[in-house]
Ligand binder design. Sequence first.
Ligand SMILES: Nc1nc2c(ncn2[C@@H]2O[C@H](COP(=O)(O)OP(=O)(O)O)[C@@H](O)[C@H]2O)c(=O)[nH]1
Ligand SMILES: [Mg+2]
Length: 259
Amino acid sequence: MCTTRGPEGESGHVLVRERSDHHDHRGRALAPREGCVREVRTVRLERELFAGNTQVAARTRRLLADIGVTMVNLIGAPGAGKTSLLEATVPRLRAAGVAFAVLQGDQTTDLDAKRIGRAGGRTLQVNTGAGCHLDAAMVADGLSALAPEPGSVVFVENVGNLVCPALYDLGELARVVVMSVTEGEDKPLKYAQAFRAADLFVLTKTDLLPHVELDQAACVANARRVNSRLPVLPLSVTRTRADGIDAWCAWVERTARRP
Ligand SMILES: Nc1nc2c(ncn2[C@@H]2O[C@H](COP(=O)(O)OP(=O)(O)O)[C@@H](O)[C@H]2O)c(=O)[nH]1
Ligand SMILES: [Mg+2]
């Protein structure tokens, strides 16, 4: 379970401000309670943890740049369609001659890695146990085991969650937020950090639009309220057809580092 409360540098300020705003009914400041001191210590520890993560992520970013590897971090709720998107991507990138591998993040099981393996992709499953996100150290270990080819693309499918994964830099070159049409147009506002930190918004399951009441224009407008230049890519991948997948693969190829 994640115990962090905010993005690097922000959580502490919010918490301390809340706690120091401890007044009696006439507005006079009261002495800090014991809980206050403990909270401040917790915040310091959280900052140190984030700083450690940032250092590992920066090292990964340098190492990947040295060998021309592009890492793309996919963040989205459970069931948003992340694995389905990657399954559909595998044969297309292969046909385009793009080398790639997938690092699968899930709390438990290797079900998603098996799906990608069946689709013909190189993959490694990372299980976080009780953890609700991948962190930079887990990804660094995963990359050591995966040993991506120089010049290739590595997709990271983060643990299904729109909250904590958004706070952790993994050393990626690009970040993609994946949301399906069944999740509601308000989600970019409610999970603003995930959308703010993204380089692309993939709106999945567009084949279901006739059956749900999503206001797609409002959804895109909400995403742009938190990230004004966020490109949006609607797509759909079902057993019988795929729409928007070519535009997605083109984005991947454009984003990939040039050797
Ligand atoms: N109708 C429809 N279903 C989809 C689409 N993409 C994924 N799904 C279904 O949504 C469910 C969750 O997909 P999955 O890829 O496992 O989501 P993940 O948890 O984000 O990896 C599965 O039953 C998929 O078959 C889509 O574009 N259209
Ligand atoms: Mg999945």
